[in-house]
Write a protein that binds this ligand. Sequence first.
Ligand code: PLP
Length: 420
Amino acid sequence: MRASVPSFDFGLDPVALRRDFPILAREVHPGRPLVYLDNASTTQKPLVVIEAMAEHYRETNANVHRAVYRLAEIATDAYEGARRAVARFIHAPNEHGVIFTSGATASINLVAHAWGQPRCKAGDVILLTEMEHHSNLVPWQMLAARTGATLAFVPVNDIGELELESLDRLLTPRVRLFAFTHVSNVLGTVNPVRDLITRAHAVGAAVLLDAAQSVPHMPVDCRALDCDFLVFSGHKMCGPTGIGVLAVKPERLEEMDPFLGGGEMISRVTLEQATWAEPPHKFEAGTPHVAGAVGLGAAVAYLEGIGLEAIHAYERALAAYVMARLETVPGLRIHGRATARSGVVSFSLEGAHPHDIAQLLDQDGVAIRGGHLCAQPLMRKRGVPALNRASFYFYNTRDDVDALVRSVLRAQEFFARANG
Ligand code: PLP
């Protein structure tokens, strides 16, 4: 089996990189090394990120942007330094368009309230796709209900690609916003984002790119893509939970009203009214997650050290290996066979519920997802109640894949016997 897969020389050494992640050395069940394959959900954290956050609390903790004492200046520098690191990492047009939020979900809701709410009205269309995560669907349903705008959807075909032919019909001048995912968290499809953005702009629509599954895994260049809004989460890219990013193009930034009101986001306040601080602070009401930003900054530096090109190439090769190996399991069907794919592989096994499979695999120390993967409409479209998903990162190895396949085979035999 191994002879048929390409050489895994991509300029990164997954075995060495694993040593940066303390949790990958643990056994959750005694005698069963952890095989962590739920990276699309959240990734593990390297020691440099854990240490950066601990050091922040140990040495530099103070509130930011408020006090004049030295410690507060150091904390503010650390927070703003993280913003600069993120802006560089995604090639944002400028730093004030990089807004810290609690994650991709919060970023999308912020756009819906701060930009969508004052702009959308009856007769307008918000265009989405059938492969969106609930986070890039439900906020738009709520906005449509508040404003009278309607939703439309680009269909997904059988192999998991967007039906681009439908865009001529769907992309009309009535479309205010086209919000879509860069990489599907279910199908692993990498969408042709440059082309989609150009076509949306041609009819005057703004674009929100959900980059939750791309920024952690491949180079993403906001300036080259020219998207209006880009969102992602720190915890899916070796950073902490509770911190994420909304990157906004300068023209759109000027159009955005504040969403949350409070401290930090104001310029002048009287008892009756207030004026706003300049972006990004205008959109960061209250005390921010300073340690989270520091951790995200450390994660960015760590990923840059490995190289996003290398990570993307390695994960693609690993995904091809996974698909080839899983295809040998009787009764297994892979969902998502787009030409351009990421390291996300979803599958179903005849005669077995995905929850039961995930539980059986857990006994072997193999952590994969079983469920609707926050994409219930896509499950319905594919005619399944749920799926299993194994999702990979640069610290996963072919040994992890082999452990997955061994465990899936064991589950398949179990259910074949149980079903008689
Ligand atoms: N968008 C996509 C494509 C995702 O995969 C996820 C999380 O799985 C999200 C949005 C939401 O991310 P978060 O829960 O970190 O806000």
